[in-house]
Write a protein that binds this ligand. Structure first.
Ligand SMILES: Nc1ncnc2c1ncn2[C@@H]1O[C@H](COP(=O)(O)OP(=O)(O)OP(=O)(O)O)[C@@H](O)[C@H]1O
Length: 230
């Protein structure tokens, strides 16, 4: 199966100069297949956010290679990485980060505006269809403050999928929701993964949610545990 993302020998060090050098990731080898639904699990401080930021082209590795959709991206310029991010990646965070002054539909259309600079009738149709798909047809014109936590997170998920990314990186996407809503939102991610063919990498502390993924990756102290050893 085609690969959407590959990390080879990725190390990340912080500090230098006056502050001590700390190595946070110690040589990560990892491949995600197109359409995979994968959990990333690890204790606080194990390096999950750092790894996610490198996968999302928001940080560069100190050593090693990152390949996105078959292209080497570890040495790409800032401008090239921004373009690759818009084209191939979507992001969902623990907190929705919706823009408060804009409606749900306008928030969903933001990645189109950021990527292409203009919005077409087809874009509006896709935004409305995705909002309807996630049960938000009657809420498209509401602002985030008028929506429940679960509805806000659904809007954030739709926004992440708007540009048809190959991979969505989700950092604790249900961490801020009550148990029932978390289950529903997680189920929705799973359905959208299948319907849209988008790969997902989901950071979660919940072993039950991790067990509902195709595969689980365990990070401890900046190293991946061998598969199945957690
Ligand atoms: N910019 C930085 N400078 C120095 N150290 C950093 C920096 N960013 C992260 N670290 C350190 O790297 C380690 C891993 O941090 P990271 O945020 O990636 O872990 P995490 O697994 O996401 O934790 P959590 O679950 O608590 O969010 C921590 O010890 C942290 O203090």
């Amino acid at each position: 199966m085609a690969e959407v993302l590959r990390l080879q020998g990725v190390r990340k060090r912080y500090g230098g100069g006056a502050s001590p050098v700390v190595e946070v990731l110690h040589g990560i080898d990892l491949a995600l297949a197109a359409g995979e639904f994968v959990a990333l699990v690890g204790p606080s401080g194990s390096g999950k956010s750092t790894l996610l930021n490198i996968m999302g082209l928001l940080e560069t590795p100190t050593d090693g290679e990152v390949w996105l959709a078959g292209e080497p991206v570890h040495a790409a310029s800032d401008a090239a990485r921004t373009a690759l991010r818009n084209r191939y990646l979507g992001f969902v965070f623990q907190f929705h980060h919706l823009l408060p002054a804009f409606s749900a539909e306008e928030n969903v259309l933001m990645p189109v505006l950021a990527g292409r600079g203009r919005i077409t009738a087809d874009d509006r149709q896709r935004a409305r269809a995705l909002l309807a798909r996630t049960g938000l047809a009657d809420h498209a014109h509401k602002r985030p403050v008028q929506l429940s936590g679960g509805q806000q997170q659904r809007v954030a998920i739709v926004r992440a999928l708007m540009n048809r990314p190959r991979l969505v990186l989700a950092d604790e996407p249900t961490g801020n929701l009550d148990t029932q809503t978390a289950q529903e939102v997680f189920g929705l991610l799973r359905e959208l993964n299948r319907e849209e063919g988008t790969a997902f990498l989901i950071v979660t502390h919940d072993p039950g949610l991790a067990a509902r993924c195709d595969r689980r990756i365990d990070l401890r102290d900046g190293r991946l545990l061998p598969a199945g050893s957690a």
